[in-house]
Design a protein around this ligand. Structure first.
Ligand SMILES: C=C(O[C@@H]1C=C(C(=O)O)C=C[C@H]1O)C(=O)O
Length: 477
C-alpha cells in the first residue's frame, strides 16, 4: 500500500466509524460521501478500467464547461419506470441527500454525484430484450472521480452506513477498487478481442422506406395533424469480434468539438452493454437557480473548404424553413420556462453551432427559477423532455404518430442523460449522435426535424451526415 493509500484508509475509516456510531445512536442510516484531492488523471483510461473492474461505469466530458466525471460501480442504483421515471429518481435522490454527510476537511469537494439517464419514451415496448437499458437508471457511484473547471481533481467514495451494522468490509472493498483504479500505470490492456471488420450493416427502416415515412409525415403536416415531427432511423452494425469502446470514446473526444461526450456502461446478462455518444444538445443545465436550455434545430452540412463552409452557414441562417424549425423549438422552451422562471432571456437570433460534419441553428433560452426549493432539475427534465427538436410539435400528436409509424425502438436515444449534485445543480444532455453497443452489435441512430416543405431525400441525407461521427468513432464508417 502506498503512503497516500494508507492515508485514504485512515481518513475514510475514521470518518465512517464516527458516522456508524451516530447512525446507531439515532437508529437511522447515514449516507457517507468521503472525498480527497488527487492529481490529474486520464479520464478515458479510468473509465475503461472502471468498466473492466465493475461493469458499471459512466463518463461525462463536456465542452459546455462544468465538471468532467468518471464513475465506477454503484453505491445505490435508482430505477425509474414509466412516465413517472423522473419523479421516481427525484424522490429517491432527495431521500439520499437528506441523510448525506461529507467529510468537511475539504471545502470545495463536490460530494456525491448522481449519474445516468432515461429512455426517450417509456411507452415503447422493449424489443431489445434484456440487453437494453431500463426506462430510467441513475447511480450514486461506489467511487467517483471529478475534475472541476478550476483544475482541482477529487476522488469520492460513497457508502450507505446502517445503524448497528458492520461497514468495514464494504468500505475496504471500495477503497480497494479506488486503489485498483488509480494504479493506471499498471494498466495492461485487458485482452478484449478487437473487431477486425464489419460483417453487416442494416438500415432500419431501409433508406427508401424512411423517405416514404418522411413523405407521409409531410402529408400529416399539410393536413394539420402537427406542425413539426422528428422521425428517427437506426443503423445496425455487426462486426467480427468486439467494438473497442475505449478507442471510440477517445475518438469522440478528439473529433467532436462543441459536444458533450458521454458513455454509460452497465453490466448486462453475462456481458456489458454501453450507450455512448457526443451530443451537441443540452436539455437543461441548472446552477444556483439559473436554468439554461438550448433550442437546437435546423441543420446543413459543413463545407469542405472555408469559403464553401461560410456559404453554407449563410444559407442556414437565411433559410426560412430551417429558421421556423428552430423557432418552434425555442418557443416551446420559452413557454416551459415561463411557467417556473422569471427573467427569461431568449437570444434574438440563432447562432450557428459548428460540428465536425454538420452545422446547426442554436438558440439559448435561460431564466431564474422562481421557487428553486420546489422546482428542481428532475422537474425541469420532466417538463422539457421531449422538446420539439426530438419529438415534434404539438408534442402529444407528434408522439402518437411516431408511436404508430416509427419502426424502431429508440431506447435511450434522444433521452436525457447527465448528472446531478446534492445541491441540486446538474445537467442533462439530449442523447443524440449516439449508439447502443452490445458485444459485436451496435445500433446507431439519427433523426431529422420535418416541417412543411421538407424533402424526403434531403432529410435522409441529413441523417446520413448525423451518423458519421458515431460510425467513425466505432470504426465502422
Ligand atoms: C434528431 C437529431 O438531431 C436533431 C434534429 C436537428 C435537425 O433536424 O435539424 C438538429 C439537431 C437535433 O435537435 C439527431 O441528431 O439524430
Amino acid at each position: 500500500m502506498t503512503s497516500y493509500q494508507s492515508r485514504f484508509h485512515e481518513s475514510a475509516f475514521g470518518f465512517a466509524a464516527q458516522l456508524s456510531l451516530e447512525a446507531t445512536e439515532k437508529g437511522s442510516p447515514i449516507f457517507m460521501s468521503w472525498s480527497t484531492r488527487v492529481p490529474e488523471f486520464d479520464h478515458v483510461k479510468l473509465w475503461d478500467r472502471a468498466r473492466g473492474l465493475t461493469g458499471n461505469a459512466f463518463l461525462w466530458i463536456s465542452t459546455w464547461g462544468g465538471p468532467r466525471i468518471v464513475t465506477a460501480g454503484s453505491a445505490v442504483g435508482i430505477g425509474g419506470t414509466g412516465s413517472g421515471r423522473f419523479a421516481d429518481v427525484r424522490q429517491a435522490w432527495s431521500e439520499i441527500t437528506s441523510i448525506l454527510r461529507q467529510n468537511c476537511d475539504l471545502a470545495h469537494a463536490p460530494g456525491p454525484v448522481l449519474v445516468g439517464g432515461f429512455a426517450f419514451s417509456p411507452e415503447v415496448p422493449d424489443s431489445m430484450g434484456a440487453g437494453s437499458f431500463p426506462d430510467g437508471l441513475m447511480t450514486v457511484p461506489a467511487v467517483q472521480f471529478i475534475s472541476l473547471p478550476c483544475g482541482d481533481n477529487y476522488v469520492t467514495v460513497n457508502l450507505l452506513i446502517r445503524p448497528a451494522a458492520d461497514f468495514s468490509q464494504v468500505l475496504a472493498s471500495r477503497l480497494q477498487l479506488l486503489e485498483d483504479l488509480m494504479n493506471l500505470e499498471e494498466l495492461h490492456n485487458e485482452s478484449r478481442a478487437a473487431s477486425s471488420g464489419v460483417l453487416s450493416k442494416i438500415e432500419i427502416p431501409s433508406g427508401l422506406e424512411f423517405q416514404r415515412l418522411v413523405e407521409r409525415a409531410v402529408g400529416e403536416i399539410r393536413a394539420g395533424t402537427f406542425e413539426m415531427i422528428v422521425p428517427v432511423r437506426e443503423l445496425k452494425v455487426t462486426v467480427d469480434g468486439e467494438f473497442d469502446l475505449s478507442a471510440a470514446v477517445q475518438r469522440l473526444l478528439v473529433n467532436s468539438p462543441n459536444t458533450t461526450v458521454f458513455a454509460s456502461h452497465l453490466m448486462g446478462e453475462g456481458s456489458g452493454k454501453c450507450f455512448l455518444g457526443a451530443t451537441p444538445e443540452y436539455l437543461v443545465r441548472l446552477t444556483g437557480g439559473t436554468v439554461r436550455t438550448l433550442g437546437l434545430a435546423g441543420s446543413i452540412p459543413r463545407g469542405t473548404v472555408p469559403e464553401q463552409d461560410s456559404v453554407l452557414e449563410s444559407q442556414l441562417m437565411a433559410d426560412q424553413k430551417l429558421r421556423r424549425e428552430n423557432s418552434v423549438v425555442t418557443e416551446m422552451l420559452r413557454q416551459v420556462l415561463s411557467g417556473v422562471c422569471s427573467k427569461i432571456e431568449v437570444e434574438n437570433e440563432p447562432k450557428v453551432l459548428k460540428l465536425a460534419q454538420i452545422q446547426h441553428l442554436a438558440t439559448e433560452v435561460c431564466g431564474m427559477l422562481d421557487r428553486p426549493s420546489d422546482v428542481g432539475i428532475f422537474d425541469l427534465v420532466a417538463m422539457l423532455h421531449p422538446t420539439p427538436a426530438l419529438g415534434g410539435h404539438p408534442r402529444r400528436e407528434a408522439l402518437n404518430w411516431l408511436k404508430d409509424n416509427e419502426s424502431i425502438e429508440r431506447g435511450w436515444f434522444a433521452g436525457p442523460v447527465g448528472w446531478v449534485q446534492s445541491d441540486g445543480s446538474g445537467e442533462f444532455g439530449v442523447a443524440i449522435r449516439s449508439a447502443f453497443v452490445r458485444n459485436s452489435e451496435a445500433s446507431l441512430y439519427a433523426g431529422c426535424g420535418i416541417v412543411e416543405g421538407s424533402e424526403p431525400r434531403a432529410e435522409y441525407e441529413e441523417t446520413q451526415v448525423k451518423l458519421l461521427a458515431m460510425a467513425a468513432a466505432l470504426g465502422c464508417l
